[in-house]
Design a protein around this ligand. Structure first.
Ligand SMILES: C[S@@+](CC[C@H](N)C(=O)[O-])C[C@H]1O[C@@H](n2cnc3c(N)ncnc32)[C@H](O)[C@@H]1O
Length: 446
């Protein structure tokens, strides 16, 4: 069985699972921050918005300190950092280079929805990769793992594929391969911003879904290499515990249940889904001061502003707060925070930022990177307010430092992902900037 590929990862083993066929369990105690699985993308394709901005082979962004992006002179539609990335991609790309433009402008391709176009390109790249393995006699272990995945029950007819991407002997397999796409298609991100989609068969074969996962996927980009997915433990995991990823953003509180059923074919029975399902619909108060009072109770419930590390309380959520657990309200709050952080008022930014943090702490599992990223946004907003408003208030500066420390603690567990630089570098910069400003310019000692 090709899942022998898991033999290289001694902290995991597969066991049987009543509903999901198999589950990955910890074969030893795993510490928070440990990488439990590392696996290359079998095929990855850039989102249309990233075409020409990132390399089609290694997916690093061009410009800046990196070399300018080179355009393939054959099709003028694929872009590379340099000749070494072009060489890496060429065995696959040469199969489609001459046919690419007529395929991409064909009515069959153009009539597809955007997500179907991504599927068509990903399927083309998957078949081209497989063709190369056929031609070169390379190891098919990852492809075998792909074909071992559970097919979607309701997978539609496969989208059109660029001609010449595959030899005719593979024709009969295309629908079979495509039936594994729907529930095994990863969004590839850098600092949590999606820039590509990819097929990572070993990760798909290994991890089941949880709305409160204890592990998360991150992506490692290196020049002249394909993208590698690393799965990181978000907290200490004990021997025998199931290791899970989340297939959907847990913040999709009302829609995720249905999406899991439609896309992945199972009904999620986790504690978080049960709690959300039991919250009968209540509407947000229209009066701003009533809403403000509820938001303040939520912040208090989660322990925001107490100086301790906030965490989801074990007691039941008070009924009057149910109305705040809605996707619509979360979107609204996030917009308010982003607008107020950029344009003021800083008071509004602080309150909406902290309310959003309280919700994130209730929705996401401990150390989930989104919490750390948001704590960093609050830090920046508070620091801007301090600098622009010349606020040397000690309490104010202390909370800025508190949020900075919170974001570092969380993002250090997830570690570096995606593009060079990013949130952890921003945290280091902010740490020194804040210290220098406090000591040298403001003579404040905390
Ligand atoms: C990517 S596969 C996961 C690996 C799978 N356990 C296996 O043995 O190949 C996704 C499929 O696993 C099943 N699955 C994953 N998480 C589940 C869960 N929490 N509850 C029930 N079934 C689940 C569903 O059938 C889903 O479509």
């Amino acid at each position: 069985m090709s899942t022998l590929l898991l033999n290289g990862f001694p902290s995991l083993r597969l066991e049987s699972h009543l509903e999901a066929r198999n589950k990955a369990v910890a074969a030893r105690n795993i510490s928070a921050g440990a990488v439990v699985l590392s696996t290359p993308g079998f095929a990855t394709v850039l989102l249309p918005s990233e075409k020409g901005r990132r390399c089609d082979a290694c997916h690093l962004p061009g410009g800046g300190q990196r070399q300018a992006i080179l355009r393939c002179s054959g099709c003028a539609s694929y872009f590379y950092c340099d000749s070494s990335c072009q060489k890496l991609h060429w065995p696959k790309h040469k199969l489609i280079c001459k046919r690419w433009n007529s395929f991409a402008t064909s009515p069959a391709f153009q009539s597809l929805e955007e997500h179907e176009k991504m599927d068509a390109i990903l399927l083309t790249h998957t078949l081209a990769e497989l063709s190369v393995l056929h031609q070169t006699g390379g190891s098919q272990a990852h492809f075998d793992t792909l074909m071992e995945l559970l097919p979607s029950e309701n997978s539609s007819q496969h989208p059109p594929v660029c001609p010449n991407a595959y030899p005719s002997c593979l024709e009969a397999q295309i629908q079979d391969i495509y039936s594994r796409f729907g529930n095994n298609n990863f969004a590839v991100h850098s600092h949590l911003n999606t820039f590509a989609h990819g097929v990572f068969p070993l990760a798909s074969r290994t991890f089941n879904h949880s709305c409160a996962p204890n592990a998360a996927a991150k992506y490692i980009l290196n020049a002249s290499h394909v993208v590698v997915m690393e799965v990181v433990a978000l907290r200490d995991i004990t021997l025998g515990e199931e290791v899970c990823l989340t297939y959907l953003d847990p913040a999709l509180m009302q829609s995720r249940h249905q999406m899991l059923e439609i896309t992945y074919g199972f009904r999620c029975r986790c504690q978080s889904c049960q709690t959300l399902n039991s919250m009968d619909a209540t509407t947000l108060p229209i009066d701003a001061s009533d809403l403000g009072a509820l938001e303040a109770s939520l912040r208090k419930f989660v322990g925001i502003g107490t100086g301790a590390i906030p965490s989801a309380p074990s007691q039941a959520i008070p009924r009057e707060l149910y109305c705040l657990f809605s996707e619509a309200y979360l979107g609204q709050l996030s917009e308010t925070f982003s607008k107020a952080s950029h344009e003021g008022s800083y008071e509004v930014a602080q309150q909406s930022g902290e309310t959003l943090l309280a919700l994130y702490i209730m929705i996401y599992p401990p150390n989930y990177p989104q919490i750390g990223m948001h704590a960093l946004e609050i830090t920046k907003s508070r620091w801007n307010a301090a600098v622009v408003g010349d606020t040397k208030d000690t309490l104010y500066i202390k909370t800025t430092q508190y949020y900075l420390a919170l974001s570092r603690a969380i993002l250090d567990i997830f570690g570096q992902e995606g593009d060079p630089d990013g949130p952890r570098q921003e945290i280091s910069l902010l740490e020194s900037l804040i210290n220098e400003t406090l000591i040298q310019e403001w003579s404040v000692n905390i």
